[in-house]
Ligand binder design. Structure first.
Ligand SMILES: C[S@@+](CC[C@H](N)C(=O)[O-])C[C@H]1O[C@@H](n2cnc3c(N)ncnc32)[C@H](O)[C@@H]1O
Length: 247
């Protein structure tokens, strides 16, 4: 299968992960992903950067569907870290088994819709439970300055998850890559990585991010809005990478 982008650490495929995943999943994979949630909320369109436009309707891909998990051979995948809304944690647990939860706490939560439903906390379901047994249980981060994808996760959050879950000899795989935050964090942390994305325009965004060399600690990951900056604690690493995180 021909990648959309490739370098010595990264491969990006454009298409439906349900078609591509079975062909590209290597042994020793760690799936780190942020699948569509089915919330109908995407960031952007508000009065200032990072605001949410309450009028915006969901993109047509914004539907929760965990069927892709059945395509991840347990012989090849050693770990899963999946962002999920509260309502879907049970679904993941019944598919995966006993899990651990970690939490991304947004310092800029979306506004209330009809007086309810303001998730400033996004759970991350980790399997198996032995992964991410050390390190903080939650990370506070700001996503208002992320401009690669409407549902972009901050690099600090992805670095925290990858450092806690994936060892340096595992390949980080994101089947719902979006603008490539998972891959950028993985590459910064010296992990090989594979991304799959349906929308070609986001493959292009991610490819441009991957082509940048690993820079030093970026301003975006420094504590700008009261969040906890998080830099490569390398909980499972056997060596320390030369640089910190930045897109
Ligand atoms: C929540 S976003 C991921 C955002 C990403 N975490 C980031 O930081 O940019 C989910 C992405 O999955 C993509 N997607 C939806 N269904 C897909 C599928 N079947 N195969 C591959 N990608 C898909 C969407 O186009 C969207 O970009």
């Amino acid at each position: 299968m021909r990648p959309y982008y490739e370098d010595d650490m990264v491969a990006i495929y454009n298409g439906d992960c349900r078609d591509i995943l079975p062909h590209v999943l290597p042994p020793n994979s760690c799936i780190v992903t942020d699948p569509p949630y089915g919330t109908g909320w995407v960031r952007g369109g508000g009065p200032k950067a990072g605001d949410f436009d309450a009028q915006m309707s969901g993109a047509d891909w914004d539907k929760w569907d965990s069927s892709w998990l059945n395509l991840c051979s347990r012989e090849k995948v050693s770990c899963f870290a999946i962002f999920a809304p509260d309502a879907c944690i049970g679904d993941l647990q019944s598919l995966l088994g006993r899990t651990r939860l970690r939490y991304y706490v947004k310092s800029n939560p979306r506004p209330p819709l009809g007086g309810n439903d303001t998730p400033s906390v996004e759970p991350i379901v980790i399997y198996p439970r032995v992964r991410f047994s050390r390190g903080p249980a939650h990370l506070v981060a700001y996503n208002g300055d992320c401009n690669h994808h409407p549902c972009e996760k901050p690099l600090s959050v992805m670095s925290w998850i990858i450092s806690g879950c994936a060892s340096v000899n595992e390949t980080v795989v994101d089947p719902f890559m979006g603008g490539g935050s998972t891959l950028r964090a993985a590459k910064n942390l010296s992990r090989r990585c594979i991304g799959i994305e349906l929308d070609e325009s986001y493959c292009e965004v991610a490819a441009k991010r991957m082509a940048q060399c690993v820079l030093g600690l970026g301003a975006r990951d420094i504590n700008e809005a009261g969040e906890t900056a998080y830099n490569s604690p390398m909980l499972f690493a056997t060596h320390i990478p030369e640089a910190g995180t930045s897109a």
